[in-house]
Design a protein around this ligand. Sequence first.
Ligand code: SAH
Length: 278
Amino acid sequence: MNGAVVKPKSHRNLSALQQRMHKQLQSAQFRMLNESMYSTTGEESSRMMRDNPHLFSIYHSGYSQQVKRWPKNPLDDIITFLSSQKSSLRIADMGCGEARLARQVPQQNVKSFDLVAANADVIACDIAHVPLPDSSIDVVVFCLSLMGTNYGDFLSEARRILVPNGLVLVVEVASRFDQHDSESFVTGVKALGFRNDVHHPFVKSGKTQAKKSARSRRGKKKRDTHKAAPSQVENKVDTAAFFLRFAFTSTKSKTTQTTGTVDKSKLPKLAACVYKKR
Ligand code: SAH
């Protein structure tokens, strides 16, 4: 991939055609990077980004283009939820991107981790190994960041840094899970030393949103029969159904951690989140 990379340069002297080609090339590079990060381990992605830090800005400008197409960014719901919690919380944002969470919940102590430090708030590392002591964090956030094939190592690391009864919030794109994957995902995460909190307010508010949008979709379908062409309706992304939310609480006992026999074999292989060519 190194040879194929076009470094971002000033666009000022480019013709309209060159600008269009540059945009297409960046979009292709984003999709390649994205696919590679879903099909390798965090360690390999870490090495790739360390050797070519500018790839990270290509990734994130592509990612923010994608986010603009969603009616809602799932990180906003995490921010809303955490803003309503007590200010003494210590939070780890694993795979934080540009660390917007830390900026938007300034009352809490947020540590932000990603492969590359996009700004001074971010600590560059592979989230399988974050520079934090055991039992030092109250909430761990994974917002669309369980990308590596070894994502079980990221969750295990969350278990290590969390206090007993600490909380993990996960949001992932629903299409990464096939019919039975979300059940085996939950089983797998539980085997790492967590309880699945299906009644957690963060999970419940996601379900309420999904129900509301299903209702409005049904109503809209009826109203749209005489108005919009079917493709226009189908092309709308339904955010509530598009993402899955999970809340896990770390169990009190750390026996699995201390004996070193954490069982990651129950975790399913999740599909890559592939973005369409635009
Ligand atoms: N959580 C952010 C960014 C989501 S994009 C948000 O919601 O806006 C997913 C992020 O996870 C990317 O920035 C990617 O670099 C990061 N990531 C994926 N695997 C990682 C790893 N092994 N270590 C650190 N960061 C990782």
